[in-house]
Design a protein around this ligand. Structure first.
Ligand SMILES: Cc1cc2nc3c(=O)[nH]c(=O)nc-3n(C[C@H](O)[C@H](O)[C@H](O)COP(=O)(O)O)c2cc1C
Length: 312
């Protein structure tokens, strides 16, 4: 069973991935947040920085493409080849209205013919291994039934399925029964993604869909950073966990200093992480409030050390 780190834009960037791999643990693969490309141009060129080789030394992420035309994919492929990547992922799951309305991300899923045309043109020119990360549709999971034969036409490396539809965003029930029904109908290795927080959650998915080849975890790792160690059967003492967590946080701060000018930008970046990370602490709401109040790095460090010292 492969275990992957999910891409979360603004959270699991190179700063997070490098610090996590260096101090907490190594996933079988980590996926970089999407790089949006439109009409052959990078929508936000700064998104490309995340996959630069110089930023990725402890891990090699899988870059992710968000777009819907082959010229844009070609531009993305050039960037990936320049940076020596051989595997990439296509995002067909992003549920945000501005993306969906442009026919990108989950917006592609309501048009199986467009998915087919796009994948045809991509597989005709690419030198990369390509996986696809997607949802089951826009409104209803049964929309996926029309997409299965389309995905089965192409030599996709693996399918990563998040069993929600776009209108749910990241909330509401994950449709694990639909996942168990659809996963065996795909010709490709299938990875499950969604709401995994414990080893028991993984066992439940494996029992429902024994052919699943991997599990991708996002928010569950931000909330419980040692879930990966647990999955691997590594036993860590409580003081050891606190020590590793401290090194992880210090390393986040050091890398943020490299990227951000001024305390406020750095603090807003760390706040994004704490939106999820704080949920793993008993008094998480209080901690998040304190983090949000910080307006200097020194104040943040004082909050951080208090939080970590209280764990001992
Ligand atoms: C803030 C945020 C940003 C996300 N950014 C991306 C992204 O860049 N690419 C992508 O494929 N999925 C993105 N996702 C979806 C996650 O990768 C994942 O599919 C989702 O959170 C469900 O998995 P989880 O319950 O393990 O977190 C994002 C989710 C959140 C909450």
């Amino acid at each position: 069973m492969q275990v992957y780190l999910a891409p979360l834009q603004g959270v699991t960037d190179w700063i997070f991935r490098e610090s996590f791999y260096e101090h907490i643990g190594q996933f079988d693969k980590s996926f970089a947040p999407f790089i949006r490309v439109q009409n052959g141009e990078f929508y936000r060129p700064s998104q490309c920085n995340d996959i630069l080789q110089g930023h990725n030394t402890f891990q090699t992420p899988v870059p992710q493409f968000l777009g819907n035309d082959v010229d844009s994919f070609k531009r993305f492929e050039e960037l990936c080849l320049e940076n020596k990547y051989s595997e990439v992922n296509i995002n067909m799951g992003c549920p945000f209205v501005k993306v969906v309305n442009k026919g990108m991300g989950a917006g592609m899923l309501s048009h199986p013919d467009r998915v087919e045309d796009f994948l045809h043109s991509v597989f005709a020119i690419t030198n990369l291994d390509i996986s696809v990360k997607c949802r089951f549709g826009q409104e209803n999971a049964t929309e996926f039934e029309k997409l299965i034969p389309v995905f089965n036409e192409f030599p996709i490396l693996e399918m990563i399925l998040h069993p929600r539809v776009a209108k749910q965003l990241y909330k509401g029930e994950v449709e694990v029964e639909s996942f168990a029904r659809y996963a065996p109908l795909l010709n490709h290795p299938v990875c499950y993604n969604g709401d995994i927080e414990t080893v028991a959650d993984i066992e439940r998915i494996q029992a429902l869909a024994p052919q699943v080849s991997g599990i991708m975890i996002g928010r569950g790792i931000l909330k419980h950073p040692f879930l990966l160690a647990e999955i691997k059967g590594q036993e860590l003492s409580h003081p050891e966990k606190v020590r590793l967590l401290k090194s992880f946080h210090l390393s986040l701060i050091e890398r943020c200093k490299e990227k951000y000018a001024g305390d406020l930008n750095l603090l807003r970046r760390l706040e994004e992480l704490w939106e999820y990370h704080s949920e793993g602490f008993e008094d998480g709401r209080k901690i998040l409030k304190q983090v949000k109040k910080c307006n200097t790095l020194a104040k943040y460090e004082a909050v951080l050390f208090k939080v970590l010292d209280d764990l001992i």
